[in-house]
Ligand binder design. Structure first.
Ligand code: URA
Length: 271
């Protein structure tokens, strides 16, 4: 079946659909040896030989969707000029190259999604989808209601006001309080900057939820594959009947393998 080239390239997990268009426009894509630079061009992924920079596409590459409990001290990137540990170092035995959906700071921990499905990643990150992410934040000392209220209503950052957020006190300790912050924007270091504006000093920051997907009981450094229902729900696609919401894996998916490289418990911070 003929399909648009950019769709075929992004579906092969090389990159997103938009970046695939740039590859085509840049003359990096060929179909049966002929360079194609028109965006509307189509090819048959089952018959044609499609190359990107001279490399033949693996058309039936398996889609991988991974939930990692990122420990602090790992960089959310595929390489680092300073040689720091990469989140992908934790994905031993993963058969294909995957890349992070968005990012968490070097010292932020918790729920990080990784995939080789560029379209899916783009859908999740698109601002119009407004997927809510929830963080638990350990802050030095005691918080007061006024600080939570200001963060909830929106604070002024150097890149503009933040949208209304859901902010609550989760736990109160001797030295530290834990608050939860749920936001749907994805600005750089947003939670840390919001805390800074209301004079809260962040000791620990952990993402515990992405849309309806919870971090759950995965220990730091462990990962699992998402179920098909989770993949669909996150990207806003209707669940497939009758397996909707069924946590059992589907035929094309890798098994859920929660017991991975040993990391120590991610500790408190869960509700
Ligand atoms: N907000 C932050 O400040 N840092 C993160 O890593 C994620 C959200």
């Amino acid at each position: 079946m003929l399909e648009r080239l950019q769709k075929i390239i992004s579906a092969a997990g090389i990159t997103s659909r938009r970046a695939s268009e740039a590859l085509i426009l840049g003359g990096q894509v060929a179909v049966n040896g002929v360079v194609v630079t028109e965006l509307g061009s189509k090819a048959d992924p089952t018959k044609d030989i499609i190359t990107v920079d001279g490399k033949t596409l693996k058309i039936n590459a398996q889609r991988l969707y991974i939930l990692l409990n990122k420990p602090p001290g790992y960089i959310t990137a595929l390489k680092d000029s300073q040689g720091r540990p990469l989140v992908t170092d934790l994905l031993k035995d993963v058969s294909d190259r995957v890349y992070p959906v968005g990012r968490l700071d070097y010292n932020t921990e918790g729920l990080l999604l990784l995939t080789n499905d560029g379209d899916w990643a783009n859908r999740l990150m698109h601002p119009s989808n407004e997927i809510e992410k929830e963080y638990h934040v350990r802050v030095r000392g005691k918080v007061i209601d006024q600080q939570l209220k200001r963060m909830a209503e929106g604070v002024e950052l150097e890149d503009g006001m933040t949208a209304p957020a859901v902010v609550n006190l989760v736990k109160s300790g001797e030295q530290n309080d834990w608050i939860s912050v749920a936001i749907h924007e994805g600005r750089n270091r947003q939670v840390r900057r919001m805390c800074e504006v209301v004079s809260l000093s962040v000791v620990r920051l952990k993402r515990i939820r992405y849309g309806n997907l919870m971090l759950g009981t995965l220990r730091a450094g462990q990962f699992r594959y998402l179920t098909e229902a989770e993949v669909r729900e996150l990207s806003g696609e209707p669940a497939k009947s009758p397996s909707a919401g069924n946590p059992k894996r589907e035929a094309h998916q890798k098994p859920t393998r929660p017991e991975r490289s040993g990391g120590k418990s991610s500790g408190s911070g869960r509700r």
